[in-house]
Design a protein around this ligand. Structure first.
Ligand code: ADP
Ligand code: MG
Length: 694
């Protein structure tokens, strides 16, 4: 198809340019014509030379008065400048000097007496006005791409000039338009009154009016969102056709587990639990996302599902991002699920990379024979050697730490597609969640258990360090424990960051009468687990750590946390860290010690984290700061990159796109109808068949 034509067949593109295009992610005709300007310049309004201000981009029309091509004499040629072409341009109000470096050929084009349009930034040189390397066009050239119209500006690497890309896209469009397919079917375009592909491409690159540009952009935003939603619903349609394992929900078992808890479930937990239980008893697999802020009690809800699965004689797997978390979950699950009437301790096990070879072999065997009912593990769970007898349920904790592909590997270990529950502590606005995770059902725990006290957050500077240490001493004397978090384990000469190893010594000296422990990701698995156990048993008072404690570590008595160089951490990460100390009824304190000169971005992050403890607000602000592309990352949802759409900004369009995509797939799940032919073609071609796999 025409859209697949490689770029080297386009006029003006040689092997070097093609390579540079490839580096920008463009490989074929379609990639190029879909490379949209990120902004426009209105080059229709001329300024008089007398009105020019310094450092302003302006368009000027005038008559060329003088031209001069200076060739640098050989001895004066610096490596870069070999010639300078200078002109004086005059209008009825004044004149301006323009110059171009190493473009001697201009001498043949820009001649005295011609009327010329230039666009560029004016400056002052030798008391006169000057413009260096402006874009130019002869004013009798009505077809100029660079002046006299609204002109697109593209994000480019240094290999390309704006002029070159404009010209190349125009050549590509001339070919492309002869035989291109409109991915959006006529009926959908008509419904929303959107221009067709030919007009839209013209208008997005070379708009005649602002309105044309706007309509074209809207169409492409819609197109992008529409196809992301088509994918989501294709996935969902496929999922609904899976045959699942119908689990029997034993009321007595639910009651038994409930009695084992030392607290009562909150009303949100109860509601979510009933949604999950009803999923488990259906004839197709559960596929549910459970969202809830750090510490709201997601694990316990998952525990019921795991228990019910085991009661039905099926196996369940819980995947977590860290070893410590795996062990912690094992302990709490054993507490809740084992004992009289429940599972034995031996049927709830952990697998991680630091378990001995011999034990691992045993786990493989017990899993395959079905002796293990619940397995908790890190990435080790998705190794090839892991085989289940009858996997019935998969739970993914902290789902943002895993990619779609990794999660899928675990699901595939079931002989029948297992029930799936993915849990996330990054609550995102519902409309957005529906769109990105539209193939999942969504549950939200909106409130944390009663009695939790939000941390008091203090944002301090290095000179207040002694005050902080005194504060810590006070807390330790009251019997509380403290975390101190560092951005790096060891010093790095390039950066002035506090390192854990260096500070461990300082902290040990400062708090002589207390026990100080060290914890980081490079420690051996067993060592890590022992350290956390010691912290739990209060044999360690101050834990000096990296962010490995970020997820899951659950120690109620540790209620103060200091974070060094917090400007180095993301919002979500800071919020997760703070979650570690909001687990009891003591007042928690979260203390940030930042360096002095912070970037605007860092300032905003630290301001947000100091202002609120509400995970929903923090997630929303984070999204705004980073933009959805960076916030989600392709890995997590497996949808194509959004290039022009921004689901946050384009929420209304997204809703429309979602509804139309939903209807399309509902009426024609395999896209076989004649009116959906173009959608199918587009989806097949664009994703080269990959979309069916995920
Ligand atoms: P997260 O949602 O971050 O995974 P957890 O499930 O780890 O949260 O729960 C955090 C802490 O709150 C745990 O210590 C858990 O035992 C406790 N917890 C959970 N539910 C309740 C509840 N309804 N009442 C009191 N404490 C609870
Ligand atoms: Mg959790």
């Amino acid at each position: 198809m025409i859209q697949d034509i490689p770029l080297r067949y386009i006029k003006g593109v040689g092997p070097r340019k093609e390579k540079a295009f490839n580096e920008l992610g463009m490989f074929n005709m379609k990639d190029l014509v879909y490379y949209f300007p990120f902004r426009y310049e209105d080059r229709r309004l001329f300024k008089k030379i007398k009105d020019l201000k310094i450092d302003e981009f302006v368009l000027v029309k005038g008559i060329v008065r003088t031209v001069n091509l200076k060739k640098m004499p050989y001895f004066a040629q610096s490596r870069k400048v070999k010639s300078i072409f200078e002109i004086v341009l005059e209008d009825e109000t004044g004149n301006i000097k323009c110059n171009w470096f190493n473009q001697g050929y201009l001498f043949e084009i820009i001649k005295p007496g011609l009327e010329v349009i230039i666009y560029g930034k004016s400056s002052i040189f030798n008391k006169g006005l000057q413009m260096t390397s402006p874009d130019y066009a002869l004013s009798n050239n009505a077809k100029s791409l660079h002046a006299g119209k609204i002109v697109g500006v593209y994000r480019l690497s240094s290999e390309f000039s704006q002029k070159f890309i404009r010209k190349t896209i125009l050549s590509a469009l001339e070919v492309f338009h002869k035989d291109c397919l409109d991915p959006l079917p006529f009926n959908i375009r008509k419904k929303r009154n959107m221009p067709n592909i030919v007009k839209s491409l013209e208008d997005i690159h070379l708009p005649l009016t602002w309105k044309d540009a706007e309509k074209a952009r809207e169409r492409f935003i819609f197109e992008e969102l529409f196809f992301s939603q088509i994918l989501v619903y294709l996935r969902k349609a496929k999922h609904l056709q899976q045959k699942g394992i119908v689990l029997n929900i034993d009321k007595k078992e639910i009651n038994r587990i409930e009695k084992k808890l030392v607290f009562e479930l909150t009303s949100f937990q109860k509601e979510v639990l009933s949604q999950i239980l009803s999923d488990l008893s259906r004839s197709y697999p559960m596929h549910r996302l459970l969202q809830g802020d750090v510490g709201c009690g997601k694990t316990v809800v998952a525990a019921f599902a795991l228990g019910i699965c085991a009661k039905n004689g099926c196996q369940a797997a819980l995947m977590v991002p860290t070893e410590v978390l795996a062990h912690q979950h094992k302990e709490s699950l054993q507490n809740i699920l084992c004992g009289a009437g429940g599972l034995t301790k031996n049927s709830v096990r952990v697998i991680t990379s630091s378990i001995s070879k011999k034990d691992v072999q045993l786990i493989y065997k017990d899993l395959e024979e079905g002796k293990i009912k619940i397995i908790i593990g890190t990435h080790s769970l998705i190794q090839n050697n892991i085989k289940f007898k009858n996997l019935g349920l998969v739970v993914i904790d902290e789902q943002h730490k895993f990619g779609v592909a990794q999660r899928a590997l675990l699901y595939k270990k079931g002989k029948i597609y297992p029930h799936c529950l993915v849990m996330s502590a990054t609550p995102i606005p519902r409309s957005l969640a529906l769109s990105l995770y539209g193939d999942l059902d969504i549950s939200v725990i909106k409130e944390s258990p009663k009695g939790r006290i939000p941390a008091k957050t203090m944002w301090l500077k290095d000179k207040q360090r002694e005050w902080v240490y005194n504060f810590v001493e006070g807390m330790l004397n009251k019997g509380r424990q403290v975390y101190i978090i560092y951005p790096v384990i060891e010093e790095n000469q390039d950066e002035e960051l506090k390192s854990l190893k260096l500070m461990y010594g300082e902290i040990s000296k400062r708090f002589l009468s207390f026990s100080v422990g060290m914890f980081h990701g490079k420690m051996k698995g067993q060592e890590k687990i022992k350290t956390i156990e010691k912290f739990k048993e209060k044999k360690i008072d101050v834990l000096v750590s990296t962010t490995v404690v970020e997820v899951g570590v659950d120690i109620e008595n540790a209620t103060t946390m200091i974070v060094e160089n917090p400007e180095r951490f993301g919002l979500a990460q800071l919020h997760q860290l703070r979650g570690r100390i909001q687990r009891s009824t003591y007042q928690p304190y979260f203390i940030l010690i930042s360096k002095d000169n912070l970037s605007d971005h860092s300032l905003s992050r630290l301001e947000i984290i100091s202002k609120t403890c509400d995970g929903f607000i923090i997630a929303e602000e984070d999204l705004k700061l980073r933009g959805p592309g960076d916030f989600f990352g392709k890995m997590q949802h497996g949808l194509p990159d959004l290039r022009i759409a921004n689901p946050l900004r384009d929420l209304e369009l997204l809703k429309e796109a979602r509804i139309i995509a939903y209807k399309t797939i509902k009426e024609d799940p395999k896209l076989l109808k004649i009116q959906n032919k173009d959608i199918k073609l587009y989806v097949d071609a664009y994703f080269k068949g990959n979309w069916v796999k995920s």
